[in-house]
Design a protein around this ligand. Structure first.
Ligand SMILES: Nc1ncnc2c1ncn2[C@@H]1O[C@H](COP(=O)(O)OP(=O)(O)OP(=O)(O)O)[C@@H](O)[C@H]1O
Length: 869
């Protein structure tokens, strides 16, 4: 029984180039070469110059975009080697690709890709032209030249569709070969392009092949077009669209194209057939820059399967664990291009976008790898963002050799794109890849080397012995089972009979003893053989039972794998649709974001406008408030002034009232006389009294009392003097007289006469009060008192505009006019008087009513002004 350690060792040997995250391993940088193509026209100006076998200078022409935008310096780029335009295809192959083929044969993985601007010679370098073939045909030629003598019969190794290989028995392989022969005869297709093939005499072998192994070559050819993988070797009608293939990870964490057609190739010609068939399917499109431009990345992969021969050196060991699979991927990347220069539109523009995006992802991946390697970080490398990088993942994370040929067109016209390519190359050269280890599996499992050679010699010898002319050959067969030389002559003659018999006896004795010893040896060997056979039988039984249980496990595992595969396919489909949805949502989100940004912009603009308006309004408001304050101050000072005036008047009135009380009886006669004297006629009802002294006619009068006049209130009231109308009613400001409809007409001089007023019976709209003309408000009401006398009240106030645009009325005056019937007995001490009208004004809390007894005839109204606070 093998230990787990030795099993692991075998596993490692089986896949020498599988991914291993052993960072401590030796590493090699990605080797970057540069190949300049010849100039197309004599008139073309160059922008590149080779200054040494490893260095080129890149000088910006004045027409270049970068000339204007960046410092127009000449840049120096160093490569592993720079190939001038005159370098032959063979030279490029020898320097770049042959070491990769050597590695392939020794079991190492290799990746070679051509990178450059469209039309720079990538396809020329990779594929070449008729009679001047490129790297790919040369690789195929040299591989077959090298392994030709060591190839396994066809169909011994069979792809298991999961990136691994099964080993068939010789009989199974033969059956398949016969079936293929039958099929081949019935529908033979010729895909080959003789021009692409090379004469095998031109080719040399590579060194380092292990002669104790058997080899088989398999090829796949896929293209990555618009970030989808297509199988170019798929057996389908050329007119049919190829299905998209998925990239998966196998058990050893290697990426592979699931379900890709992997063709076993037995000669370089077969390989060209396959390649040419794929080439025909490759999408080509015309662009303005290059008439035969590749619109997709194409990946041609050569897988070399090798298995050690058994100890006889005759057949391979039928154990998958001992298989060594190495691959060489030759990648012709689509050209990077500036879309505005190619003038592509529609589908071509989309292709260009996808090409540039995948190249950008390749660049990003290499940058991330380099960062991780330099800084010891383990940042995620975005392999999954593009199919081409996902497919290359193993090369960068596992072991192997990665080489890149930067193809450049030295003409000045291409400078801007070439500059980007050079920067990419500079960066890629700093990425390191782990070195692959070479392992001889046969030696590891205890097989001696030279088995194939020994077997060949043995076969030659056997053939030679079988030949008739070989009977004379003296063969040293070593220790063989023989009883010795032939019997001596048995012819007896008398003279020598005794001697002959003696000789014969000796010979027989020798033969007998020899036979005995051979019998003993045979018995020992029989015994040994028996025991070995028993041992083998036992082992065989164990193996058979183990085999049976393994078969059961395998069947279960296969069922599981199938179920998992189905689930995986479903998940991948779902993932694809999710990815599509995600893309749509991302697009939608970004459009929403754009909208949001626009709205944000508008909002901030509005906000700014509003803030501006707010500031203007604030300024206006502050002015208004200041004006209001000013007005309030004015009103207060006016109030103060009026209060003082009222107090003064009150004092005077008090004095007058006191005087009137004291001299009540004098007044009548004095008044009559005085009035008669002034008017020169009799006082009649309805006439206007005019002759009262000025200081008594009005409380506002400032005329001093020069002579002794009675200070009776009766004398002081300007009952009939129209000049002494109530000042507030006649101040000429805009009034609103708000009076009921059915106001009893007074028709006397005491009727409130308010100039510049507007009479309304009903306040219909706010504008009745809130307008620029109205500043005073007077509400008139009439009612009968308990004695049935008519009482008219005038509530007066100031109309003050409010901040909100309305108005408030501050009542500050009440004027009352009461009509006394001449026939009614007054309860007061003036009850003997016939009739009269009193007038009172109220304001604030204090109500100070003083009704003078009527001095005038009954139809004359009498007005008295009582000023309050
Ligand atoms: N080193 C060279 N020597 C001679 N001719 C060359 C060389 N390199 C390129 N050419 C010619 O230039 C033309 C364009 O080359 P090619 O098709 O290889 O470009 P490309 O980089 O593969 O373009 P694309 O990316 O568009 O496929 C071809 O006709 C080819 O023959």
């Amino acid at each position: 029984m093998k230990s787990a350690k030795s099993k692991q060792k075998l596993n490692d040997m089986r896949t020498p180039a599988r991914s291993r995250q052993n960072l401590a391993q030796d590493r090699d940088p990605v080797q970057v070469y540069c190949r300049l193509r010849p100039m197309q026209r004599d008139s073309d100006l160059p922008c590149m110059k080779i200054v040494s076998p490893t260095t080129v200078l890149l000088t910006p022409p004045v027409t270049a975009f970068s000339y204007r935008n960046e410092s127009n310096k000449t840049m120096k780029y160093i490569f592993k080697e720079v190939f001038p335009p005159e370098t032959s295809q063979q030279e490029v192959f020898d320097k770049v690709a042959q070491p990769l083929v050597e590695g392939l044969v020794k079991g190492k993985n290799g990746l070679l890709f051509t990178y450059g601007v469209t039309g720079s010679g990538k396809t020329f370098t990779m594929t070449g032209e008729p009679q001047n073939c490129g790297i790919l045909p040369r690789c195929l030629n040299i591989i077959f030249k090298t392994i030709n003598d060591y190839q396994a019969p066809k169909y011994v190794f069979k792809p298991d569709k999961m990136n691994m290989f099964d080993i068939a028995t010789e009989a199974e392989a033969m059956l398949e070969r016969q079936q293929e022969l039958h099929k081949f005869k019935s529908n033979r297709k010729n895909n080959s392009n003789p021009d692409l093939a090379m004469s095998s005499s031109d080719v040399t072998k590579v060194e380092g092949i292990n002669e104790d192994n058997q080899y088989a070559v398999f090829v796949t050819y896929v293209e990555v077009y618009n970030n989808c993988v297509y199988d170019l070797l798929e057996d389908s009608a050329p007119s049919k669209t190829l299905p998209v293939k998925l990239i998966r990870e196998d058990g050893a964490r290697n990426m592979y194209v699931h379900g890709v057609t992997e063709i076993e190739i037995k000669s370089a010609e077969d390989a060209f057939d396959a390649f040419y068939m794929g080439l025909k399917r490759k999408r080509m499109a015309h662009t303005t820059l290059n008439a035969e431009s590749s619109r997709s990345h194409s990946v041609f992969t050569i897988r070399l399967v090798q298995a050690p021969l058994d100890e006889t050196g005759e057949t391979v060991i039928h154990n998958k664990k001992f298989l060594c699979i190495s691959q060489l991927s030759l990648v012709d990347l689509a050209g990077s291009e500036r879309t505005n220069r190619t003038k592509n539109t529609g589908q071509r523009l989309k292709e260009a976008g996808n090409i540039n995006k995948s190249l950008m992802t390749l660049r990003t991946c290499l940058e991330a790898l380099r960062e991780n390697q330099i800084n010891g970080t383990s940042n995620m490398v975005p392999y999954r963002e593009s199919k081409i990088t996902l497919l290359f993942k193993n090369f960068f994370e596992g072991e192997g050799q990665v080489r890149m040929i930067i193809c450049a067109n030295p003409r000045a016209e291409d400078y801007d794109e070439t500059l980007q390519v050079m920067r990419f190359a500079e960066m890629a050269a700093e990425v390191e890849v782990a070195k692959a280890q070479v392992v001889d599996i046969g030696a590891t499992i205890g097989l001696t080397s030279g088995r194939r050679k020994a077997n060949r010699l043995f076969n030659i010898a056997r053939e030679n012995i079988a030949r008739p002319e070989a009977k004379d050959l003296e063969l040293d067969l070593g220790l063989v089972y023989s009883l010795g030389p032939d019997f001596p002559s048995l012819e007896l003659n008398s003279s020598q009979a005794a001697h002959i018999i003696k000789e014969l006896m000796a010979h027989l004795e020798m033969r007998i003893s020899r036979r005995e010893s051979l019998k003993r040896s045979k018995a020992i060997k029989d015994e040994r053989l028996r025991s070995e056979l028993l041992e083998l039988e036992k082992e065989s039984l164990e193996v058979r039972s183990e085999n049976a249980s393994l078969r059961g496990q395998l069947a279960a595992a296969e069922r599981r794998v199938k179920a998992l595969e189905e689930r995986l396919t479903a998940t991948e489909n779902a993932s694809l649709s999710h990815q599509r949805k995600l893309n749509e949502m991302t697009e939608y989100t970004s459009s929403l974001k754009r909208e949001l940004q626009e709205k944000d912009l508008m909002l901030s603009q509005n906000k700014l406008d509003k803030e501006k308006q707010k500031k203007i309004l604030e300024r206006k408001y502050n002015h208004k408030i200041a004006a209001e304050h000013e007005k309030a101050r004015e009103i207060n000072s006016e109030k103060e002034r009026l209060r003082n005036a009222i107090e003064e008047k009150e004092n005077r009135l008090r004095i007058i009232a006191e005087a009137l009380n004291d001299r009540g009886d004098i007044v009548d006669s004095y008044q009559k006389t005085d009035m008669a004297a002034q008017t020169g006629r009799e006082f009649t009802p309805g006439s206007t009294p005019r002759a009262l002294p000025a200081h008594l006619l009005t409380p506002f009068s400032s005329v001093p009392q020069t002579r002794e006049t009675p200070t009776s209130s009766r004398r002081g009231i300007a009952v009939a003097n129209p000049r002494h109308r109530r000042s507030l009613s006649a101040d000429g400001r805009g009034w609103v007289e708000h009076a009921p409809n059915n106001l009893v007409p007074m028709g006397t001089v005491l009727k409130p006469s308010i100039v510049n007023s507007k009479v309304v019976n009903k306040l219909k709209t706010v504008k009745d009060i809130t307008n620029s003309k109205t500043s005073k408000y007077c509400l008139i009401s009439q009612e009968q008192d308990t004695d049935g006398e008519l009482e008219t009240k005038l509530y007066k106030g100031d109309v003050i505009p409010t901040c909100g645009g309305g108005a408030q009325v501050i009542f500050n005056d009440v004027e009352m006019m009461t009509q006394f019937s001449p026939t009614r007995e007054s309860q007061s001490n003036r009850s003997n008087r016939q009739s009269g009208t009193t007038c009172a004004r109220h304001s604030g809390k204090r109500r100070d009513t003083a009704c003078s007894p009527p001095q005038t005839p009954s139809n004359t109204s009498k007005k008295q002004r009582v000023d309050d606070d």
